[in-house]
Design a protein around this ligand. Structure first.
Ligand code: FE
Length: 199
């Protein structure tokens, strides 16, 4: 039996016990599973970014009052966290980390990737963000400023990546396809029009 099988068995046993004792109800469990499987994820954040690229008034609201602007698009925070959205430009590149643990904006980006939770990323994103960016294949001009944002239980950060060149005529749905989870953490840029990660 693999360790995944063991975990699955334990989860099923725990679920049966909770149901049997009347501590949870089956629809509540189904609701949580549906939330994590289908309704949370980077597709939500990609919608937010594509809307900001397409609609300057929404972008202003997103940067000045991010939590409300994100709720406007129907993405409710799941842990009551406040969102902060930071904009990448040619002059400033933002990157997000949680140095303490793995705080992440679930409503817009789902669950964090494994590397985000790893000790090396958490330490090095803070101490050597440019080195981390190079490892992700992202080259930041020497004259640009790199800012590191440390997430916590109260504040969750999301990067608004730079809109890629050559995307002027693109619809919001087309733009959405260029917005990756990693670009909203700030370790990469958004995809270019050819669907490649821009260096
Ligand atoms: Fe954390």
């Amino acid at each position: 039996m693999t360790s995944d099988d063991e975990v699955a068995l334990r989860v099923r046993a725990l679920e049966s016990l909770l149901l049997e004792k009347g501590l949870v109800e089956a629809p509540a469990i189904d609701e949580i599973i549906d939330l994590f499987e289908n309704r949370l994820g980077p597709q939500n954040g990609a919608r937010v970014v594509a809307r900001a690229w397409s609609d300057p008034a929404f972008k202003d609201r997103l940067l000045s009052n991010p939590t409300d602007a994100i709720v406007e698009l129907g993405f409710e925070a799941v842990q009551g966290e406040d969102m902060v959205v930071v904009e990448n430009t040619a002059a400033v590149h933002n990157i997000v980390v949680c140095t303490l643990c793995s705080c992440f904006p679930w409503a817009t980006m789902g669950l964090p990737p494994v590397w985000y939770k790893s000790a090396p990323y958490r330490a090095r994103a803070a101490s050597d963000p440019r080195g981390v960016l190079v490892e992700f294949g992202t080259n930041i001009a020497a004259e640009a400023e790199v800012r590191v944002w440390d997430s916590n239980a109260e504040l969750r950060y999301m990067v608004l990546p730079e809109r890629p060149a050559g995307t002027d005529g693109m619809s919001e749905d087309e733009l959405m396809a260029l917005v990756t989870r990693d670009s909203m953490i700030g370790v990469t840029r958004a995809l270019d029009v050819g669907g490649e990660v821009a260096p």
